[in-house]
Design a protein around this ligand. Sequence first.
Ligand code: ZN
Ligand code: ZN
Ligand code: FE
Length: 802
Amino acid sequence: MGNTASNPCRRRLELRGQVQGVGLRPCVYRLARELDLAGHVANDTAGAVIEIEGPPDRLDEFERALPDRLPPLARVTRLVRRELQPRGQTDFRIRRSQRGDSHRPDVTPDSATCRDCLRELFDPSDRRYRYAFTNCTNCGPRYSIVRSTPYDRPYTTMSAFRMCAACQREYEDPADRRFHAQPNACPACGPGLRLIRPDGTGLSGDPIATTAILLRNGQIVAIKGIGGYHLACRADRDEVVSLLRRRKLRDGKPLALMVENLAAAERICRLTPADRAALLSPAAPIVLAEKRPGHGLAPSVAPGCRDFGVMLPYSPLHHLLLAEGLPPLVMTSANEAHHPLTFRDDEALEQLGDVADALLMHNREIFRPIDDSVVFTFRGQVVPIRRARGYAPQPLMLPDLAEQLHAAPAVPGRVVRGCAPRVLAVGGELKSAACLLDGDRATLSEHCGDLTNPAAYRHYIQAVTRLSELLLFEPQLVAHDLHPAYLSTLYARGLKLPRTGVQHHHAHAVSAMAEWGERGPTVGIICDGTGYGTDGAVWGCEILWCEQGRFDRLGHLDYFPLVGGDAAARQTWRPAAALLRQVCGTAWRDVFAGEPFRPARSGLSPSAEAPADYATTFEQQLAAGLNVRPTSSLGRVFDAVSFLLGLCYENRHEAEAAMALEAAAEGSARPYPLDVASEHRRVRFSFGPCLTAIVSDRRRGRPAGEIAARFHETVARTLATAAELACALADVRCVALSGGCFANRRLLSRLVELLEGGGARVLYNRRVPAGDGGLALGQAVAAAWRWRDGTGIEAAEVQTCV
Ligand code: ZN
Ligand code: ZN
Ligand code: FE
């Protein structure tokens, strides 16, 4: 029989990526039925499997049509096709989920309310009218409620609610938008709201309408959302916002805002098209955007910042609340100082009772607490600063890395291992996040905050453990920072696995390289606050040559002394004194004690650490050598200039002084004289001449905005020149930018412009934060290279791949 065109064939399609819990199965079902194909579709723990049976031309048609028919949240990263023996099946079925496959599944991030659900929410004739937990397969909570995979209702915190007949019908109807929507619920069967006073007594009336009244009256309400509790209050009254700050012990740190819609966001911020797209995206992050003059909000919302952090309502609860005609609201993560996010109801009552006048609670349990994400947009793309809700645990695909690990020539004389290892990278200490690298997929955990607090450390361990369980991930190798006292390092050491320490700034550089599929050699320009160096100094502004798992330090910012231990990173007069001492010689004390720099005059609160005669104390501490470390930190240079311009005397939160300096900078500007050179095959640079010029400009009364702009231009040009010199030394044309200072968009955009203008290929972070929140990605990738090359791994026993 030559003609087989009409003979049925059977084909198996394995879909990998974000395909569970996004409504893939009903879409597949509908397409198969339209084409009159038999077979089935099912989730497995690795993704989804489709088997279709029918005439081969129609199987092909199915495959052609599938990409356009995928639901909005689906993301297929790999498709494997296999031909099977036809079975003579005549119907198409959706199969229930199965457990036990050994592959890793993907779990979808929590997703903002979709348009269809929003329409129903405000439709008086809909049975979900004003129902605060409306969701469907295209939207709603995911990661925050899932206990384990496969993503099915019994394995989520929605297992506590039994669907009513109407919900069950939707859930089982492949033609319905809520087919297999695991958190499906309605007012008759799903979670509900309750509004209570901190003493536990209930408030009567519609919880949302009453909450709106409280907020309008200037009260503070704790509101349980998707990933945890927020503290909310109206943002247009300074006495209200100040009260929140007083009760929450949180001076200075900018507070996030939630506004009703895009138009309301436009009224307080200048938005680019990319900002608007980010605000409206399913991730619904906090977007940093420039304050609009005349915004009308309280000065205490984001003092000293150029930007507001603004987000749109992302759950039905938020939509209902903001639709009550409220002004912009402060919506800040509820937590005790330095503690992780409050997410349990009993904790909320205990911890937020002193802060909030009322609590708006609900009985859908949060299994994985997760903060709001914070992003800015650069060149039309979202760049995360804090990567959490809406992004975690979406993996980064690194197809180039997997290929390169196999293909690249090994170090001579070393054994090349046959596969990429599974690496757990534990990150740093502040803004911590872990990375689970498995083959071509790197999954970053949600942002876990500052590990120096025991509660935050426990939260971090739990988040990492739970993510590993969810992804069925068993690491072969653990990567950590070189800092011996980081709690993450101690955690790594306790895991009894082969491990490798990755230098802080090397990890930063590799994080940017990995995002762009670059294995080096590359010149890394790392601009950072603090990192453990290999020479006992506190590294910060580094020029590194990086290739695979190795690096060489090609240069750095000239060292200056950090005097006073931790106080040197908090009190901005300390780095200012150190740098003045370097540039002014013996005259530095006169400059420092004179106008307009005299610290005592500058509103510094007199405390035990702020002595009357700063210069004398500084000299004494320096001479004694106690708590004195050399540093190349660029963050501290920003602090110093912020001090000299009278902008910020104390970093009450991380980077406060640097943010004030960025906010002050006005217009484009000429640079101050540069000091950068190539000597003995190393690049050195300083901001000495720049600081001298700043001192004299300041004495002549030049405006701070102009000086701040010229300082930024000087830093950008110095780094661009340093990069060019390093590229010439190393004979490369590729530059990676990373480190916490690149949250400064003025610096980032100017430096990228200068480097690209010079013909370099420039890599910068777009998927993970440039700060320590992205560190783990670089650690993991550097570790994978070392594993392959058999170098730099500390282990008693050598493990082999299976
Ligand atoms: Zn929806
Ligand atoms: Zn129901
Ligand atoms: Fe860092």
